[in-house]
Design a protein around this ligand. Structure first.
Ligand code: HEM
Length: 223
């Protein structure tokens, strides 16, 4: 895909797909009847559905904060990138930005808490703490750049932060892929999808940031 406009369209479609996957995975637990939710989760999550979803449900407060906070984070994040909304309603953009930072802290901290307190596999703790910290760090950097009115840098840090949030959907897509194409042990599939999902999404965001950076003014050589 050489044309930047085409690349932008493909990227936007991919981002919306990831948002739908993330919000769907989160809210289906509350919006669907329990039996239907369990029926859908089984082929997508395999043993994780049987072994770990009941563990999460046994801790309803962190589960609710994480699922609902994470969903609002994804939806709010998407609207924050809409240029027309930003240009016409700057004050709203600023307040939503503060809420987005609070949700970043909420989703990150509850995620780290769950990985430490009742993990499915002990090896998920390392990627969770690492990428949770990256997400919160990038969110704080985005806020600092916004306060300094460094708009271009602010945009880049929000993209990095948001890519970690979107990564939770890439993780789920990779997990389903591994589930049906490999015979690795279940927990290996799970941990591999954590590392791969977050790394690939963060790299894709970094590539897009570099491609879409405004070109620096280049001096024209005399003569
Ligand atoms: C920001 C958007 C996020 C959303 C929408 C989200 C969504 C979810 C959902 C739906 C679950 C329950 C499992 C499932 O039904 O699929 C979950 C579990 C979990 N999430 Fe998140 N999440 C987000 C961010 C994060 C972040 C940033 C971290 C890392 C710090 C994280 C770490 C975890 C962990 C460790 C679990 C429990 C997994 C287990 O039990 O092994 N999440 N998340």
């Amino acid at each position: 895909v050489n044309n930047p406009r085409t690349l932008e369209r493909v990227g936007t479609a991919a981002v919306w797909l990831l948002i739908i996957v993330g919000v769907g995975a989160s809210l289906s637990r509350y919006l669907l009847p329990a039996a239907l939710h369990a029926q859908i989760a089984r082929p997508l999550y395999s043993e994780f559905a049987r072994d770990q979803l009941p563990v999460l449900a046994a801790h309803p407060v962190p589960e609710l904060l994480h699922r609902v906070g994470g969903s609002i984070y994804l939806l709010l994040g998407a609207t924050q990138f809409m240029p027309r909304l930003r240009a016409r309603h700057l004050t709203l953009h600023r307040w939503c930005g503060r809420a987005f930072l609070a949700l970043t802290l909420l989703a990150g901290s509850t995620g780290v808490f769950m990985a430490l307190a009742f993990p499915y596999d002990a090896e998920e703790t390392a990627p969770t703490v690492l990428f949770g910290t990256i997400m919160v760090g990038c969110g704080v950097m985005a806020y600092v750049r916004a306060r300094r009115r460094e708009v271009a840098r602010h945009r880049e840090w929000v993209m990095r932060c948001f890519s970690v949030g979107l990564g939770i959907s890439t993780i789920r897509l990779i997990f389903v892929g591994l589930l049906y194409t490999t015979s690795l042990p279940m927990r290996t599939k799970y941990v591999v999808s954590f590392w791969l999902g977050w790394t690939l999404t963060l790299l894709a965001a970094e590539a897009w940031i570099r491609l879409s950076r405004a070109p620096q003014a280049v001096g024209v050589p005399a003569g």
